[in-house]
Design a protein around this ligand. Structure first.
Ligand code: PRP
Length: 220
């Protein structure tokens, strides 16, 4: 992170204070309204970029995390567009093949000669995006660009082009707006930084009550 004023993140407005209890379990990082505003900006920019595309651009969502972002982004483009999805799987470090990615679900459509926009929720090490860009690039699209909601630059291992991004975030574990912990919390509207990941790993339901309970403490 650079010398931005405390409480701000690149690409977004001021970070709203607020913690999801139990005390200190997670802190709000980007609010739903900040996300909505930024997605509108990106949609407008990308709609302008692809306004003369014939046939229309193909937005490729990378399952599962990007689903919410893609759904909002495509509605803010203001132009005709198609959607397709890929799902990938990473081999774990314990397999001795850390960073090796394989396709679990491939595109249904042909992208030869198409303008392709790869839609990610987060770029972390860059290994997944590097693999996906290579795989899609080999299929001879007319153009290939990436938009990611979140860019965790501090964690990058492989330099990879990211043409459009919503927010640069620090090296924190994030849940909400499509991002999960063990499959949970994707449908939390705001983005939260988990303060103690080990604590959440010991109790994956730690944030269920605060986020979804009868008297949630996270929405103000
Ligand atoms: C996330 C994200 C990217 C990848 C980025 O997917 O959607 O695809 O990790 O990480 P990298 O830059 O270190 O390769 P995840 O594996 O969490 O799957 P999910 O989207 O289904 O939650």
């Amino acid at each position: 992170m650079t010398d931005r004023p405390a409480g701000e993140i690149e690409g977004g407005g001021a970070v709203r204070s607020g913690a999801a209890g139990p005390p200190g379990a997670a802190d709000i990082l980007i609010t739903a309204s900040q996300i909505a505003q930024r997605v509108e900006e990106l949609g407008s920019e990308l709609g302008h970029l692809y306004r003369d595309s014939v046939p229309p651009p193909v937005l490729v969502g990378v399952l599962k995390g990007s689903a919410l972002f893609l759904a909002d982004l495509i509605r803010s483009l203001g132009i005709d567009a198609e959607v397709d999805f890929m799902a990938i799987s990473s081999y774990s470090a314990s397999s001795g093949q850390s960073g090796v990615v394989r396709i679990v679900k491939d595109l249904e459509g042909d992208i030869v000669g198409r303008d392709v926009l790869l839609v990610e929720d987060i770029v972390d090490t860059g290994l997944t995006l590097t693999y996906l860009r290579r795989s899609l690039g080999e299929r001879r699209p007319r153009s290939l660009k990436t938009v990611t909601l979140l860019d965790k630059v501090a964690r990058r291992i492989v330099p990879v082009p990211v043409e459009y991004r919503g927010f640069e975030i620090p090296d924190v574990f994030v849940v909400g707006y499509g991002l999960d912990f063990m499959g949970r919390y994707r449908n939390v509207p705001d983005l939260y930084a988990v303060r103690d990941l080990a604590r959440l790993a010991n109790d994956p339901e730690l944030l269920v009550g605060p986020f979804f309970g009868p008297e949630p403490t996270v929405r103000t």
